[in-house]
Write a protein that binds this ligand. Structure first.
Ligand code: 6GU
Length: 260
């Protein structure tokens, strides 16, 4: 599972360049009984198997993590993964990712081996492997040099706190649909402002709550006030009559978001 993803594209190049070092370990290799058992039935009864503590403790110990190395369990009960969490992890020299499987993991693993738990979203996967690959990918691309240009990750959605706006490439006209004139104008300042406004508009329409933590200039805020005047976001659509009422609702809306 891991070899196919880590052996392609960016992560392959990053490893070849010595920027990232990834190893995978099968906990079955650390089981001690003759059947190499890694799971067992649950105490107290009930359906499903639970991962045993011994192979997990032995597998992690064999990696000789330092006292500050995060030992992370991938589980739907974990802390929601985000760009901010990826940045925290990228600041560490190394991390150990433990993939939960089956119905669960013995609680003593959580209490005495694991230092953090991460979930990649509110849905349940059959195992933590895909989640571990997501975490490795998101963290690796933050390591300087992995993306090529050193600053390439700085303008990402979520790094700026805004969603990315529209982008175009050639041809100038495709099936009658033209690339916006401003992008072909060669006027750097206008292009920069247009892109910023596109990002603000898209964020306002799709993920207005991100605006609460984004770093905004006075000009951005004026533009957002205009957008708010045009009506609610798509996510929480509000229809109002009259400017005063609209402003009040916008204020109420932002207060609610702040509270949330
Ligand atoms: Cl980290 N593991 C599993 N099994 N399911 C998940 C998840 C992790 N994150 C979201 N769903």
């Amino acid at each position: 599972m891991f070899a196919s993803y880590f052996g392609e594209s960016m992560l392959k190049r990053a490893q070849e360049a010595g920027l990232v070092h990834i190893t995978t370990h099968n906990i079955r290799d650390y089981a001690t009984d003759k059947h190499r058992t890694t799971d067992d039935t649950t105490y107290g009864g009930g359906a499903g198997m639970v991962l045993k503590p011994e192979p997990l403790f032995a597998a992690v110990a064999a990696l000789h993590p330092t006292p500050t190395t995060p030992i992370i369990l991938l589980t739907p009960q974990g802390r929601p993964f985000s760009h901010a969490v990826a940045q925290e992890l990228a600041a560490h020299e190394e991390m150990v990712l433990v993939c939960g499987r089956y119905e669960g993991v013995d609680e003593r693993v959580r209490e005495h081996l694991i230092t953090a738990e991460i979930s990649i979203g509110d849905y349940v996967l059959t195992g933590g492997e895909l989640a571990a690959m997501v975490v490795v990918d998101a963290v690796a691309r933050l390591i300087p040099g992995v993306l090529g240009a050193e600053t390439a990750a700085d303008d990402d959605s979520y790094a700026t706190g805004l969603l990315e706006g529209a982008q175009y490439t050639r041809p100038e006209i495709f099936q009658g649909w033209a690339v916006p004139a401003v992008l072909r104008s060669g006027h750097g300042a206008n292009i920069g402002r247009w892109r910023r406004e596109q990002a603000l508009r898209r964020t306002w329409q799709r993920r207005p709550e991100l605006l609460l933590t984004a770093v905004l200039t006075e000009e951005d805020k004026r533009f957002l006030a205009v957008l708010a005047g045009e009506g609610g976001s798509e996510k929480w659509k509000v229809k109002v009559k009259g400017e005063k009422c609209r402003r009040l609702l916008t204020y109420f809306y932002f207060s609610l978001l702040t509270f949330y």
